[in-house]
Write a protein that binds this ligand. Structure first.
Ligand SMILES: NC(=O)CC[C@H](N)C(=O)O
Length: 403
C-alpha cells in the first residue's frame, strides 16, 4: 500500500519539477465548508477540495463509474455542475494531459486542454490516488484550473431529486459564501439561454493530418479531442471549421462533412442548421454527426430538438439498432457513452427521406437518424458517442462486432 502511494507521489513531483513548477500545490483546504444550492429550494452541505470560488450553473448527474477526467474535459459539460453518482471519485488521480503537438495530433490526451465543467460534486473524494499514468491529484487539478469541487455530499439524494424534477439550476458556494443564505430565485443564471457553442468552437479554421487519404470538413460545435483523434487514426485529413462557417462555399474540396458534439441548447445554433440544410439538399457526399451534430442534422431535416427532463449522461446507456441500421446490426442492443440534455422528436411520419436509426431502451428517445436508402443520400447522425472516451467500445466499429 505504502509503495503505491510513494510511487504516485514521486511521479507527481517528477512531473512538476520537469515543467519548472517547483512547488507542490497543497490539497485545497479540505475543511473549507461548501454548499450546493438548487433553485428548487434544497441545499446540500459538504467540504471543498477544489478552487475556492463560488459559481452558478446547471446541475446534472452522470452515471459513469469511471473516466471522471474524460467527462470533466468534455466541452459539452460547459457551465454544468457535474454530480457523479459513483461514490468514490479521484482514486486514480489525473494523467499527464499533453502530447507533442504535430499536424496529426490534437495535442491532448483527454478531451480538451483544461477542465470544461463548471464544478464537480462527489460523495467521497479519494485523497490517496494511484495509477501508472497519474501525475497529480484530482484536487490539485481542480485548483490549477480554478474549478470548485465538493465532497461529502449525499449524491444519491441529489440524483433522486434531479431525476424527478429534472436538470436544475444550481449554485456552488464555497468558504464564507457557504455560510450565506441561498441565492434569490432571480439570481440563478441559466446557461441554456446562451450560445455556449460560440464559446468553445474554434475561432479560425485549422487542419489536422493534411496528407490524409480522405478530406473531411469538421463543423466544430465544441469537439471532444477523441472524436478528432478517431477520424485522424482512420486516415482522414481534417479541416476544422467554426460552428457557423458556411461549408457550402468550400464543399467541392471535400469528400465528406462531420458535425461534432457541443454544449447547450441546439436551438441556439440555428444558423448552423440553416447552413447544413443547404448542404443536405443538394450534396450527395457522406455526412455524419455525433450528439449536437446529430441534433443539428435533425433540425436541418425538419425535426425538432426538445429539452429532456434530466437528459442522459453516463457510460451505460443501452440503445437498440432499428431495421434502418441494416440487417447485420438491426435488433442488437449496444451499451453506449452519452452526455446530452436535448433529443430529436420521434414523430410519425418522419420527414421525407429520413428514418430513425437507434432508439434508447430506457426512455425510447431517438438515438440517431439517417437518410433513407431511397433518398440516395449518405447521411447519419447518432445521439450517443460511438468514439467513447470514456465508456464502452460497443459502437466504435459496429459492423466489426458481429463479424
Ligand atoms: N454531447 C453533446 O453534443 C450534447 C448536445 C447538447 N448540448 C445536449 O445537451 O443535448
Amino acid at each position: 500500500m505504502f509503495a503505491f502511494r510513494k510511487a504516485a507521489t514521486s511521479t507527481r513531483f517528477h512531473f512538476l519539477t520537469r515543467r519548472g513548477l517547483a512547488t507542490h500545490i497543497p490539497l485545497a483546504g479540505s475543511s473549507v465548508p461548501a454548499v450546493l444550492h438548487l433553485k428548487s429550494g434544497q441545499s446540500f452541505t459538504g467540504r471543498s477540495f477544489g478552487a475556492q470560488k463560488s459559481i452558478f450553473g446547471e446541475t446534472v448527474f452522470s452515471t459513469s463509474i469511471t473516466s471522471y477526467t474524460e467527462s470533466m474535459t468534455d466541452p459539452s459539460y460547459r457551465h454544468q455542475i457535474l454530480v457523479f453518482t459513483t461514490p468514490l471519485i479521484g482514486n486514480y488521480g489525473v494523467p499527464y494531459n499533453v502530447t507533442p503537438k504535430d499536424s496529426q495530433d490534437v495535442g491532448v490526451v483527454l478531451e480538451a486542454a483544461g477542465i470544461q465543467c463548471a464544478a464537480i460534486v462527489v460523495a467521497d473524494f479519494a485523497e490517496k490516488y494511484s495509477h501508472r499514468t497519474a501525475v497529480e491529484s484530482l484536487a490539485d487539478w481542480c485548483v490549477r484550473h480554478n474549478v470548485p469541487a465538493i465532497t461529502g455530499v449525499d449524491t444519491r439524494a441529489v440524483t433522486t431529486l434531479l431525476r424527478d424534477q429534472g436538470t436544475t439550476l444550481g449554485r456552488i458556494a464555497i468558504g464564507d459564501d457557504a455560510a450565506a443564505p441561498a441565492p434569490a430565485l432571480s439570481e440563478y443564471w441559466d446557461p441554456s439561454k446562451e450560445n455556449l457553442v460560440a464559446q468553445v468552437s474554434t475561432k479560425e479554421p485549422y487542419t489536422l493530418n493534411p496528407d490524409g487519404d480522405v478530406k473531411i470538413a469538421v463543423l466544430d460545435f465544441g469537439a471532444k479531442a477523441n472524436i478528432l483523434r478517431a477520424l485522424v487514426r482512420r486516415g482522414a485529413a481534417l479541416t476544422v471549421l467554426p460552428w457557423n462557417y458556411d461549408f457550402n462555399k468550400i464543399r467541392d474540396q471535400f469528400d465528406g462533412l462531420f458535425l461534432t458534439n457541443g454544449p447547450g441548447d441546439p436551438n441556439q445554433c440555428l444558423e448552423a442548421a440553416t447552413n447544413v440544410g443547404k448542404t443536405i439538399q443538394d450534396w450527395d457526399k457522406p455526412i455524419f454527426g455525433i450528439c449536437m451534430g446529430n441534433q443539428i442534422l435533425g433540425i436541418a431535416a425538419g425535426l425538432e430538438a426538445y429539452r429532456m427532463t434530466f437528459g442522459n449522461r453516463g457510460h451505460n446507456q443501452p440503445v437498440l439498432a432499428l431495421a434502418s441500421a441494416g440487417s447485420i446490426n438491426a435488433g442488437r442492443v449496444y451499451v453506449t457513452s452519452q452526455n446530452h440534455q436535448y433529443a430529436l422528436t420521434l414523430q410519425d411520419p418522419f420527414p421525407q427521406g429520413w428514418e430513425p436509426f437507434f432508439i434508447n431502451c430506457n426512455d425510447s428517445s431517438v438515438e440517431g437518424i439517417k437518410s433513407t436508402t431511397e433518398s440516395g443520400k449518405k447521411i447519419w447522425g447518432v445521439q450517443f458517442h460511438p468514439e467513447s472516451a470514456g465508456g464502452p467500445l460497443d459502437t466504435i466499429e459496429v459492423r466489426a462486432i458481429r463479424s
